[in-house]
Structures are given as structure tokens and as C-alpha cells.
Design a protein around this ligand. Sequence first.
Ligand SMILES: [Zn+2]
Length: 135
Amino acid sequence: MDVLSKEQRSYCMSQIRKTDTTPELVVRKIIHNCGYRFRLYRKDLPGCPDIVLPRYKKIIFVHGCWWHRHNCKLGRRVPKTRLDYWLPKLQANKERHKRNLVKLKRQGWKVLTVWECQTKNPEKLISKLEKFLES
Ligand SMILES: [Zn+2]
């Protein structure tokens, strides 16, 4: 049975080439070392969350700053070419994520978003993840 809407499916497809990115691997390693078990890219959930901890009803998204327009140096960088193509696309990413968050919260999931730039400071990241997972 196909439980995904057309929009969700195309999003999952577009996610495939972006799986196993370095920031994601950093986050996964930390959680794993803390003794948590998780699932990856649950396609039956809104937004194909990167990391899912079903036992704890918790979800972690690891976001590339540029792809999701983070308010940081990397995220504020404007594409040099094809602005008319990229800007709406990036803005749509951001809005789709917002809608998915609402859906996930309605289903009772607790959600944490980790930004790519935050994975460059492991100490801070570890305490952020611990706080979220222990809450
Ligand atoms: Zn950032």
C-alpha cells in the first residue's frame, strides 16, 4: 500500500542523494555512543526524518545550513547563479519542513533539529543531544 502522498514521495526521492552526509554521521555516532538505538530515514513519517528513536518517540533532523536557509554564515550565502531557480527551491524546503514539524508533533513526536554548523562543535553538540534525549 502506498501511504505517501506524491509530494512526500518526491521529497523522499530527493533526499536519497543526500543521505549519509558528514554532519549526519557525526550526530549518529554521538547518539550511538550514548547507547541509543535508532532507525534511519523512516519513509512512513512526514519529511523522512534522518534519525528516529521509536522507543522514545523522538526524532532528530540534521539539516544542511545552505539547503534549509539557516540563519548563519553558510545559510545566508546567496546562490551565485540561477537565483530565480534556487531561491524559491530553498524557501520551499524551509516551508515544507515547517509543515512536517507540525504533523510530527500532532502525532506525538518530539523533534530536534541539528544544524550542520552545530556539528562542528562536538562538545556543545553532545550536551545538546544528551539534553534532548534525556528529557
Ligand atoms: Zn548553520
